[in-house]
Design a protein around this ligand. Structure first.
Ligand code: IFM
Length: 484
């Protein structure tokens, strides 16, 4: 069909899960209620200079108190699933490196009620166990660089799965361990804000270990539940043809993709990553038997995708281009790769995060996973875009987000048509929320939040998404000049 002709709508597979996603610290607020203790994000956001405008998650979207209203909005949109995360410091608030301490019944009760209300609204909960709010006491004992954190995570996972596993079908152990390890411990733009490359690689392993211990714990406590892991994988490519360009692709693929995929899905670390990083660490924190613990059966892999990653080999001459979109820091998240890799600015459209838009990456990632790990069920657990939305006469006309969503949903369909077993899509995000180091300055929601009044206003993209969900199909692209 010609670019402007409507074309047919394209159906998604029957039973496809349609959701939105959020994370506890980004939406809940109520940071000192019902026994919750501080997480690394409370400490980080309250440290001057760490978060844009000094924003914190103290109140955020007040979802902790307004979840019923929020569920009603989701129900009105016809969503079939909601991916949220549990705040570890609400569940075992007295945890130390040595012991998990008592379980906080009030913390568990909040999530139990949330689950009940979702089910009553016909919305299936998908629970992420760790979306970055590490109890501060564990960070004080070394954080993810300390093996004990992984052990305590396994215990915490068992508590949550035992309490919710009778009603929750899917538990996702970790969200984007790449960010936890490298942004938290190498570039320091995320909590806990450390810039220690060796600690970051220890964190990589302990996060993988936490996934394995958490997966086993969920299976023990909730034998019928499904276990997943969510990774932010990179579609890494280069426009160059030199061997240094291809080597740059290999290095970034190793640090972002294979250092998580290989141990979890194959039971070993990639030899080239171990060799590349040998000057930073000898990986002696990987103990005998660990890889068997990490390599647990997985019911689904969650894929988060926003933007392509374009690299170029760097020869050390001139200023190094660093347009990798992961926040400004003198310290790179790309451990042992900075002398070899640069990230050139890409021409073309960008979101308000400055992230380039290229939906091909989502298709390519899904197809790569399908090829390399045949039979592994795939779920898009995050995808979406930030734009500087404003409410005018009670409406938010976010056409750019609709275009972004349309293109990325088409990419999912392309992957499905090519055989990739993709069973769901979770839009990031349901509400505008606390966007980590950017605070409230970036809006990812399909529902606008006025932070002064907590007023929710569904954006035009919410209506678009509701239409997709209702039809279980992507409607034809409107002809130029036609209303959406
Ligand atoms: O807001 C985050 C989310 O917490 C994790 N994935 C990326 C989103 C947008 O940056």
């Amino acid at each position: 069909t010609a670019p402007d002709s409507p074309g047919p709508s394209r159906a998604f597979p029957a039973g496809f899960a349609w959701g939105t996603a959020t994370a506890a610290y980004q939406v809940e607020g109520a940071v000192a209620e019902d026994g919750r203790t501080p997480s690394i994000w409370d400490t980080f956001s309250h440290t001057p200079g760490r978060v844009v405008d000094g924003d914190t998650g103290d109140v955020a979207d007040d979802h902790y108190h307004r979840f019923r209203e929020d569920i009603a909005i989701m129900k009105g949109l016809g969503l079939t699933s909601y991916r949220f995360s549990v705040a570890w410091p609400r569940i075992t608030p007295q945890v130390t490196a040595e012991a998990s301490g008592p379980v906080n019944a009030a913390g568990l009760a909040f999530y139990s009620t949330l689950v009940d209300e979702l089910l009553a609204a016909g919305i299936e909960p998908a629970v992420t166990l760790y979306h970055w709010d590490l109890p501060q006491a564990l960070e004080d004992a070394g954080g993810w660089a300390n093996r004990a954190t992984a052990e305590r995570f396994g215990e915490y996972a068992e508590v949550v799965a035992a309490a919710l596993g009778d009603r929750v079908r899917t538990f996702i152990t970790l969200n984007e361990p790449w960010c936890s390890a490298y942004l938290g411990y190498a570039s320091g733009v995320h909590a806990p804000g450390r810039t220690e490359p060796a600690a970051a690689l220890a964190a990589v392993h302990h996060l993988n270990l936490a996934h394995g211990l958490g997966a086993a714990a969920v299976r023990r406590a909730a034998p019928t539940a499904r276990v997943a892991l969510t990774l932010n994988l990179a579609w890494v490519r280069t426009e160059g043809r030199r061997s240094s360009d291809l080597d740059a692709v290999r290095r970034v693929d190793g640090l972002q993709n294979r250092v998580f995929l290989d141990p979890v899905l194959r039971g070993h670390y990639p030899a080239d990553v171990l060799a590349d990083t040998a000057s930073v660490t000898d990986w002696s924190f990987v103990l005998p038997g660990d890889l068997d613990l990490v390599h647990q059966p997985l019911d689904a892999l969650g894929v988060n995708y926003y933007s392509p990653t374009v690299v170029r080999g760097w020869d050390g001459r001139g200023p190094r281009a660093e347009a990798d979109g992961h926040g400004a820091s003198e310290h790179s998240p790309w451990i042992a790769a900075t002398a070899h890799v640069e990230f050139p600015e890409l021409p073309g459209p960008r979101t308000d995060m400055g992230w380039s838009i290229d939906a091909r990456g989502l298709r390519e990632l899904l197809l790569r996973l399908h090829t390399e790990h045949p039979g592994l069920e795939l779920v898009v657990t995050e995808n979406g875009a930030a734009y500087p939305d404003v409410v005018v006469d009670g409406r938010v006309h976010d056409e750019q987000r609709i275009d972004y969503l349309r293109d990325h949903l088409a990419a999912v369909l392309d992957a499905v048509d090519a055989g990739a077993p993709v069973t769901g899509y979770y839009l990031w995000s349901f509400l505008d929320n606390f966007e980590w180091g950017y605070g409230f300055s970036k809006r990812f929601g399909i529902v606008h939040v006025d932070y002064a009044t907590q007023q929710r206003t569904p954006k035009d993209s919410a209506a678009f998404y509701a239409g997709v969900v209702a039809a279980n199909a992507l409607p034809p692209r409107p002809a130029a000049g036609q209303a959406r």
